[in-house]
Design a protein around this ligand. Structure first.
Ligand code: DLZ
Length: 191
């Protein structure tokens, strides 16, 4: 019998994230490597602190942030992680590269998550200066790699809880999704 959603109370904000048994992919850009290396270290440390086994964390490096969504997409297909984290650092320069890269990566990451149903976490710093990036990768503003790790665990758990819901759907070639058993959703009036 198909599992049904009972409630979502396990996703209370103050609950300690539990990463045990999860597999997590990380794609990390090598542009501004001292910053992205620190983000990676933060993400790895936090994932393992929260119970994710190091053998279940897959890390791949790409040249720059622009390549993150494509690498994330490939990793989703090859390793089927429970969630994937994109780590990068885009610093405002003298040209418009910043805008193009930042917007493209943010939009593609979001679309990848929605289309694949694997949570894609946006751990990409977009700052005016190198100093601001350092402050957010282990400096006075913390480490965004840590935050990305917590977000990945929470979203992976949310996905695990909600995925059984999709067992109630079948894909229809013409009309997209329809309900497998409509009685579950539109019960007959007993009166
Ligand atoms: C080209 C470029 C520039 C100017 N700046 C950054 C940056 O601040 N952060 C980053 O992650 N990558 C940068 N890149 C590289 C692009 O992301 C990409 O790797 C190249 O354009 C090749 O597609």
């Amino acid at each position: 019998m198909t599992a049904k959603i009972k409630d979502l109370s396990s996703f209370a904000q103050n609950q300690e994230p539990d990463g045990e048994g999860l597999s997590i992919g990380i794609v990390v850009a090598d542009w501004n490597p001292e910053v992205t290396g620190a983000l990676l270290e933060g993400a790895l440390t936090t994932l393992m602190d929260k119970g994710v086994d190091r053998d279940d964390i897959f890390v791949e490096h790409v040249p720059g942030s622009f390549e993150l969504p494509q690498a994330a997409s490939l990793m989703i297909k090859s390793t089927e992680p429970d969630a994937i984290i994109c780590l990068g650092c885009i610093i405002q320069g003298e040209t418009r590269h910043f805008e193009f890269i930042a917007q493209a990566v943010a939009k593609s990451s979001m679309e990848l998550g929605i289309n694949s149903n694997v949570p894609v976490i946006f751990g990409v710093l977009t700052t005016d200066t190198h100093e601001q990036a350092k402050e957010r990768s282990g400096g006075k503003h913390g480490n965004k790699g840590d935050e990305a790790a917590v977000a990945a665990i929470r979203m992976a758990r949310l996905r695990q809880d909600l995925l059984p819901f999709f067992d109630d759907f079948l894909m229809d070639d013409d009309d997209g999704i329809f309900f497998d058993d409509e009685d579950d959703w539109f019960p007959e009036d007993d009166e």
